[in-house]
Design a protein around this ligand. Structure first.
Ligand SMILES: [Zn+2]
Length: 319
């Protein structure tokens, strides 16, 4: 009954064909169990009901197929794509078995430099706030403030503030500073979170669509054009060498149009050989959308009803 209800509404709000709308869901991690330090990442249990809802309400397609059908005006009613950014190992270990259970495809955007034992700079900071040996973390020498760490909530608030500032540092400096903060807080170097090359190949062989996400995840708008194009192209080449097939779709790191990426970068994605690209602008795509700047949205709600409601509301936020 519930299945029929949402499915009818989604088909009413998003008819297919030349009026087609595409909802592109965005995820980063799916945690084996809930983690108070990562309250915005769904647990396996939450992801299970999210995928159950999505699979019963939408026609889920891999992004490359969805983008080309959007362009050709041949989308099914209530079309959707499920995407993951960055290349976390939990995408294969936790999310993939759930996606397989509901038989829905997904697209995984991978920043190649962190595979095989690397760690992204943001995780250096998050793990530092988790493991800080003192309850006062003073980062004022990096111009990043000082934090009292009394409980999980203050640790989350602290790292969010630091990530918000550090995100816009020059990208070599950003990695250096994040690495330094991690080492001061005794974060083990071997604590890796990303997929190995073998895991990435396995995900691809099992049917996961692999997409580009640059090599080192820079904010493209902060790079000069030569360096930005180099990041977009080399990430794609490395992925193609790893999985032995064409990589067709791309996600801009951080991805807020006008702030993190722009029409120049959309042109670079096209030039690098991609067929479509996604941002993090929150909306639903229509046939009028730029195929190289498709919006994405995932409700932040943690109850099935609110998650479903907000997914439906997004269908009227089209660009
Ligand atoms: Zn990313």
């Amino acid at each position: 009954m519930v299945k029929l209800f949402w499915s009818l509404i989604s088909r009413h709000l998003a008819s297919g064909g030349s009026n087609g709308k595409l909802s592109i869901f965005i995820f980063h991690r799916v945690l084996a169990k809930a983690d108070p330090l990562l309250p915005f990442e769904p647990s396996a249990e939450e992801f299970d009901w999210m995928v159950r809802f999505i699979s019963r309400t939408f026609s889920v397609l891999p992004l490359s197929e969805a983008a080309s059908r959007l362009k050709n005006g041949t989308l099914p009613p209530a079309a959707a794509t499920i995407t993951f950014d960055d290349g976390y190992a939990d995408n294969l270990e936790v999310a993939w078995p759930i996606l397989k259970r509901y038989q829905v495809p997904a697209t995984f955007f991978i920043a190649t430099a962190f595979l095989e034992g690397g760690r992204m700079w943001n995780d250096d900071v998050i793990e530092a706030f988790r493991l800080s040996p003192t309850d006062e973390l003073d980062l004022s020498e990096f111009d990043l403030g000082s934090y009292r760490l009394s409980d999980a909530a203050s640790r989350v608030k602290g790292y969010e503030t630091v990530l918000g500032k550090l995100k816009y540092f020059e990208h070599h400096l950003r990695s250096e500073v994040a690495g330094e903060i991690a080492s001061r807080c005794n974060v083990p170097k071997q604590a890796t979170l990303m997929m190995t090359h073998r895991q990435l190949r396995l995900l691809h062989e099992e049917g996961g669509e692999i997409g580009g996400h640059t090599r080192t995840h820079p904010i493209l708008e902060r790079l000069d054009d030569t360096a930005a194009l180099q990041e977009v192209e080399s990430g794609r080449q490395e992925l193609e060498a790893l999985i032995g097939t064409t990589v067709r779709v791309f996600a801009y790191p951080n991805g807020v149009p006008g702030r993190d990426c722009s029409a120049r970068h959309a042109e670079m994605a096209r030039q690098a050989g991609f067929e479509a690209a996604v941002t993090t602008r929150q909306a639903c795509a229509t046939t009028a959308s730029d195929i190289f700047q498709l919006p994405r949205f995932t409700p932040w709600d943690r109850t099935p009803f609110k998650f479903a409601m907000r997914s439906m509301m997004n269908l009227s936020q089209s660009i």
